[in-house]
Design a protein. Structure first.
Length: 151
């Protein structure tokens, strides 16, 4: 794993921890009809000053309990096939990188809005997954990335 990936993994873990410490508000999906945020239409991938990550329409600290796992035709590739919808304005992201010793990726049971307003999937085992844009200075462009944090 490269140094940049290690830093990104650490960032993902810190954001997941912050999300768990937010003042909780829990709602049911059938009450709010959650949908992933749409991408910013005028986003330029080479503009380092851009803000391509779309914040949730729900308050920070909100948890949306899902009755069924969301599915999509593209987004975040799942280890066993299929896709989760990408989050935070991302259209297509990288696969979930889950260590083999942690077992099969559990089903998504909730959407959690972290302290920065970004959305995460919470899995049945408490692990968290998100997609977001990060600026890659060596490529001088924004790139979609998937983060998976395991408690």
């Amino acid at each position: 794993m490269t140094q940049a990936k290690l830093r990104l993994a650490a960032l993902a873990a810190l954001v997941a921890i912050a999300a768990c410490g937010a003042t909780p508000t829990t709602v049911r999906d059938e009450d709010v009809r959650w949908q992933p945020a749409q991408p910013i239409a005028s986003f330029s991938a080479t503009d380092a000053g851009a803000k391509p990550n779309v914040r949730s329409r729900f308050d920070r600290g909100t948890t949306i309990e899902l009755q069924r796992e969301p599915k999509a035709g593209r987004g975040i590739p799942l280890p066993g096939g299929g896709f989760l919808p990408a989050l935070n304005g991302v259209v297509v992201s990288s696969p979930i990188d889950r260590p083999h010793n942690k077992g099969v990726l559990p089903v998504v049971v909730a959407i959690v809005v972290d302290d920065s307003g970004l959305e995460w999937y919470r899995h049945a085992d408490g692990s968290m997954t998100t997609s977001r844009y990060v600026f890659n200075p060596s490529q001088k462009r924004w790139e979609a990335a998937t983060f998976h944090a395991i408690p």
